[in-house]
Design a protein around this ligand. Structure first.
Ligand SMILES: Cc1cc2nc3c(=O)[nH]c(=O)nc-3n(C[C@H](O)[C@H](O)[C@H](O)COP(=O)(O)O)c2cc1C
Length: 225
């Protein structure tokens, strides 16, 4: 199985990276797991221009690393996104990628199990987890959970024994969910199907040929329009 990990912090050896490395090590203990680790700060990620051309063509006209990363995510069995808390939200670079990454309308995470990691120093970490959970569920993922860790700036969150334990438990939960191809919980299933049926499908229908790229992707995924 193929698991993509994305570090949304610009600090390659920071608190978020430490926890994501722990996930990588835990998951790599399984012989059938291959982890692809993406450090977002190493990638070229331009701002979304809001032209909506990708909805028609299926891909963005900007030549940077976003399409490559979205493709890796769409082909993955599992996804872990980590972010520090910046002003009660995800990092700017991660948000810029999410805007470009074809997540919700294109149902990028259909057939993917996803979990999030959020670190914070004072307050607002739960807003990051909630934002990523919402993104996962609306994009069609099986949301496995989140690890939200409060840690003083510059300290290693793995010095807290509870962080190691939670990371191991969540790594195992992610592995088992992928292995069993398990479905999202009932609440997430209902939330996702309401969003798909009453919000996304009417939008895509209204847009017609302007959203041909979305229709093509839905067809591949077996989602009726
Ligand atoms: C620009 C900036 C904004 C931040 N905003 C918050 C915040 O709103 N709430 C909070 O608890 N911590 C905030 N922090 C602290 C970081 O979220 C926290 O130290 C995090 O663990 C850093 O992760 P990293 O080492 O992976 O980059 C902020 C840090 C920076 C640099």
């Amino acid at each position: 199985m193929n698991i993509v990990i994305i570090n949304g912090s610009l600090r390659k050896s920071g608190a978020t990276a430490s926890i994501l490395d722990e996930f990588k090590q835990n998951l790599s203990l399984h012989e059938d797991v291959e982890v692809s680790y993406f450090q977002l700060s190493d990638l070229k990620v331009e701002y979304c221009q809001g032209c909506c051309a990708c909805y028609k063509t299926g891909s963005c006209f900007i030549k940077d690393d976003c399409e490559k990363l979205s493709l890796a995510i769409s082909e993955a069995d599992g996804l872990i996104i980590g972010s520090p808390t910046y002003a009660s939200g995800v990092s700017g670079k991660l948000k810029t990628f999410i805007d470009r990454g074809h997540f919700v309308v294109e149902q990028l995470l259909s057939n993917t199990c996803a979990l999030s990691v959020a670190t914070y120093e004072n307050a607002g970490g739960s807003s990051v987890s909630q934002f990523l959970k919402n993104l996962f569920v609306l994009s069609g993922a099986n949301n496995i959970g989140n690890l939200t860790v409060k840690v003083p700036f510059g300290e290693n969150p793995l010095n807290q024994e509870s962080t190691n334990k939670k990371a191991l438990a969540l790594s195992n939960r992610l592995y088992r969910a992928i292995q069993k191809k398990s479905s999202p919980n009932l609440f997430d299933l209902i939330y996702h199907s309401i969003a798909l049926r009453f919000v996304l499908k009417p939008l895509v229908k209204r847009k017609g040929k302007a959203y041909q790229g979305v229709l093509d992707r839905w067809k591949k995924l077996g989602i009726s329009s």
